[in-house]
Ligand binder design. Structure first.
Ligand SMILES: *[C@@H]1O[C@H](CO)[C@@H](O)[C@H](O)[C@H]1NC(C)=O
Ligand SMILES: *[C@@H]1O[C@H](CO)[C@@H](O)[C@H](O)[C@H]1NC(C)=O
Ligand SMILES: *[C@@H]1O[C@H](CO)[C@@H](O)[C@H](O)[C@H]1NC(C)=O
Length: 621
């Protein structure tokens, strides 16, 4: 009898499990994910309770104590253990402390490309309790000064190869009384001090904790620059609280101290800094650091260093797939790829070609307050939504009017939730658990990212600026960005910044900048519809020199469309939609078209033949 009852119970359980598996295929993954979320919240809360205050840099100290000889970073031919990195950062910190012009806690701007010194300097500044502004190494002139100004830094530390870029803005920096340090042993330029010699001579003794006693969880830890919808880059404030939360998030990807992480994304951006660098500190992993991404060296590097985890933005995996096939394509130890922006077609191609690699696609904005993780690995989705997460971190997709460039509102002035399957603007509620800190020295732009009266009068949301769609199975997909930005080569480009630059060139009067899609490429490439000054002539090489001088390569308009007069029909916004649709096909557009040509150092006519070469992928864009 007992046996009979048991077997009935057992078979019912099996039938229920089978039914669950059939009708709710993701149920177990959802439960596991919710469990992980709870675990993250618990870890984060317990880290926050520790006294004295526990900061990201304290995690580095823990890792160094736990495995002093483990490799922390490998770069070109140099290898640094955790202890070596710790000592080197002590030297930088001690050298800095003995300089007049710096007091511990002062904000410091770091202007440096990917190299170990970037990491050591950040560690040094974290030990000294200084917020660090991570300047993009590609910016120059006005943009560089603007970014520096946003951080109110007292000191600028620059890599030696960026000396000329620093000299261009030195006058303004000196006027503000900024101490400018160059990471070189010698420097005889007035207004610039060599710093490497001082670092080499400094003591490697640890810094007392007392130098960072002033820090609270609200203190800025880093400023990361983002190009938003308008104007020059904005400095997103990453405070100590956010950095600590980041630590908790990373260990749940299943990355451990035995993993070797290949970091080829810029350290001054969120992905490289927060995930690659800070993430490795959390897990105690080894970083293989690259100066920049190289598709041809990628897999050889991975084999040479036994890399187990790679980081990507969508374009990275596309470039890898575009390389000629090799016999050893599947011969590597990479088990996981973590990143965002991977398109469905590349995802499949990548897996077929390079073997069974777990893709951890997620969505998060530098300054945003919501994260989506595609934990089931559904091809093409950026994440999976579930009831629990939505309860803790509320967000909603709302109807958006593309032509008017604003959310649709009902008669009560409230936004309208997009039904499942339809595209909407993703907005996430600002709460204590999901704060939005905003941008340094820019209340106007911070306010622009806040959206009020969304579902109820008086509520407050963060406007992501991203259009998304949720399908019947609760997967969420990225659709497009709204407003005046486009993405090219992994960088957001603000169209107004580009048009500001174009209109101060000698021969151009007006410029309307937008991004256009090119077959076989992710994102949108820059294009501008321009008018020429009265009685003037378009001078391709003059505009080229102007553009190259003022804009980083990803932001330069690749195509120019010369118009007799800026079209006055409709609103400015509607005109842009039309221009984007017409794109850059000389077969359909009557206006003269030009293409930026780096060989000729000029804008040259875009002929039907050149157009054909672009479509067939024979011109590198
Ligand atoms: C690394 O070492 C190898 C062999 O010693 C040398 O050929 C190469 O140029 C070095 N690379 C760098 C970037 O220093
Ligand atoms: C930066 O700040 C200085 C001093 O406040 C000011 O003179 C300069 O115009 C600013 N530059 C930019 C590009 O914001
Ligand atoms: C990579 O792994 C192989 C075999 O497991 C080992 O022989 C080799 O020394 C490792 N290389 C590095 C750089 O750790």
């Amino acid at each position: 009898m007992l046996l009979y009852v048991l077997s009935v119970i057992l078979s019912s359980v099996l039938i229920i499990l089978f039914a669950l598996k059939t009708y709710y295929p993701y149920l177990w993954m959802d439960i596991l994910y919710v469990g992980e979320l709870l675990w993250i919240l618990a870890t984060f809360t317990s880290m926050r309770r520790r006294r004295p205050l526990f900061l990201a840099v304290d995690r580095f100290a823990e890792q160094t104590a736990a495995h002093p000889d483990r490799t922390f970073v490998v770069f070109e031919n140099q290898t640094y253990s955790y202890t070596a990195a710790d000592k080197r950062s002590n030297k930088i910190a001690n050298a800095l402390q003995s300089l007049c012009g710096y007091t511990s806690g002062d904000t410091v701007a770091l202007f440096m490309g990917n190299e170990p010194a970037f990491m050591f300097t950040w560690l040094a500044l974290a030990k000294l309790g200084s917020p660090v502004a991570l300047l993009n190494q590609n910016i120059r002139n006005k943009c560089l000064l603007h970014c520096f100004n946003c951080s109110k830094a007292k000191v600028l530390i620059a890599a030696s190869e960026l000396k000329e870029a620093v000299q261009e803005v030195l006058l303004s920096l000196s006027e503000q009384g900024v101490t400018v340090l160059l990471m070189s042993e010698h420097c005889n330029a007035p207004g610039l001090q060599s710093f490497l010699d001082k670092v080499n001579e400094a003591s490697d003794a640890p810094l007392p904790r007392s130098v960072r006693l002033h820090i609270t969880y609200k203190t800025p830890a880093v400023y990361i620059y983002t190009s938003g919808t308008t104007g020059l880059p904005k400095a997103a404030v990453i405070n100590q609280n956010r950095l600590l939360k980041n630590l908790a998030v990373l260990s749940f990807n299943g990355i451990t101290s035995r993993d070797v992480i290949y970091l080829n994304l810029p350290l001054y951006h969120t992905a490289g800094f927060m995930i690659g660098f800070i993430g490795s500190i959390q897990t105690g992993s080894t970083i293989i650091l690259k100066r920049k991404f190289s598709a041809s060296q990628f897999w050889d590097d991975c084999r040479k260093h036994n890399v187990t985890v790679i980081q990507y933005i969508g374009e990275v995996l596309r470039y890898l797939c575009n390389m000629p096939k090799r016999e050893n394509d599947k011969d590597h130890k990479v088990r996981m790829a973590i990143g965002n922006g991977l398109r469905a077609e590349i995802w499949t191609e990548f897996l077929t070609r390079f073997g069974n690699i777990q893709i951890q696609e997620f969505y998060a904005a530098t300054e945003g307050n919501v994260i989506f993780v595609n934990y089931p690995g559904k091809i093409g989705a950026i994440g999976r939504v579930n009831f629990f997460q939505r309860m803790v971190f509320p967000y909603v997709l709302i109807k958006y009017d593309i032509d008017r460039d604003e959310p649709v509102r009902d008669t009560n002035g409230l936004c309208i939730e997009s039904p499942k399957g339809e595209t909407g603007l993703m907005v996430s509620k600002i709460t204590d658990m999901a704060p939005f800190v905003g941008y340094a020295q820019n209340e106007e732009q911070t306010e622009r990212k806040r959206l009020r009266n969304v579902l109820k009068k008086g509520d407050l949301y963060f406007n992501s600026g991203d259009l998304m769609r949720i399908d019947e199975d609760n997967f969420i997909y990225f659709q497009d960005r709204v407003g005046d930005t486009f993405r090219w080569k992994g960088e957001n480009v603000a169209t107004t910044e580009v048009s500001d630059i174009l209109t101060i060139s000698d021969c151009l009067k007006e410029a309307n900048v937008y991004g256009v899609q090119v077959p076989g490429h992710d994102g949108r490439i820059g294009m501008a519809a321009v008018t020429v000054v009265e009685d003037g002539q378009f001078d391709g090489s003059q505009v080229y020199n102007h553009v190259v001088r003022h804009l980083p390569s990803y932001a330069r308009p690749r195509f120019l469309r010369i118009q007799n007069a800026a079209e006055l029909t409709g609103t400015f916004k509607q005109m842009k939609v039309k221009l984007v649709e017409e794109s850059f096909d000389p077969g359909c557009i009557q206006d003269p078209l030009y293409i930026l040509d780096d060989n000729d150092k000029s804008y040259v006519p875009l002929t039907a033949q050149v157009y054909g070469t672009i479509l067939s992928g024979n011109i590198k864009l």
